[in-house]
Design a protein around this ligand. Sequence first.
Ligand code: SF4
Length: 327
Amino acid sequence: MNYVTDRGEFSSLQILRAAYLEAPDWKQFWIDARTVTEQPWGKLLLHASDVGGCPRATMYRLLDTPEKPRGASSKANRAVMFWAGYHFHYLTYSALSWAGILACHEEPVEMDEGWSGTLDAEILVGDERILFDEKTVMPNALNYGFSLPKEKDCLQLATYGLTRSNVNGLIEYCDRAGSNTPKECRVDLGQYSAAVGSHMSLLEDCRSALPELPPVLEQAYVPHYARDGENMVLKTVAVETPWNCGYCDYHLTQEERRMNPATGRMKSYSWTQAESTCKPRNAPPLVVAELIGGVLKSCKSGHEAEVEKLTSTTPLSYYAPQEEDTP
Ligand code: SF4
């Protein structure tokens, strides 16, 4: 996207941030993170960021379920990671303010009772009003740039969009380690408004049914890529527990080596522990299709339609250099 501002024209937010940091007056525009008031995170309160996520995980949070235990290094990594993400947000707000296109930042959004949300920023470019969400991600998340923007992130932004008119959406995915070029994604908020409504109703129904929990996420068809030089190439499609289960704070996992029944080879899998409060289906991935050079070579009977749907909407290969900049 092109940003026409008081300070010139910038072809991306990253270029704008860099120009800000090189400007002699940059410090005068630095927005102090400490001036922001924390939003309530109360009992039974749902958040815009819950929309599109796993309803069961949200209900665990509402029930004050203890999160999975973390080791000392994992806790330390998370503390630094949140600090880095937080300050990257404020660097962006400061750069937008320096360029004269920041309308507001960290703005609490008025939502229905029992809901809360905070919009990262609103940007004004010419006559266009843009709701902006910054996502700071792990460096390798940008290797899967084709899968961005994530539907859940679009739904979160569209939830804020319901409270305003004539606005567009923009999500920027930034490597919090700073070594990859960020990815900016324009979002047509209107396209998601119906889905936002049904996700919000689902979460409200789940909250009314507590302490009964909604079911675990259904298994999903997942593409698996293998590196081929600077490209990642689609090799197999498997049916497995959705990837986000492994990252859920309520999913106690341990790694075990087991035999993959499809190949007969030993492989590491994450397994739900016996004492887990959540039990997604615990089978190893079932490989249902194999591709060679982008051509489907085999597909298990009964999975043809889903494999066809996935391979027609997922790239067969994509460019993914391992490191863009070597300092
Ligand atoms: S483990 Fe999966 S199904 Fe269970 S709460 Fe987490 S994301 Fe949801």
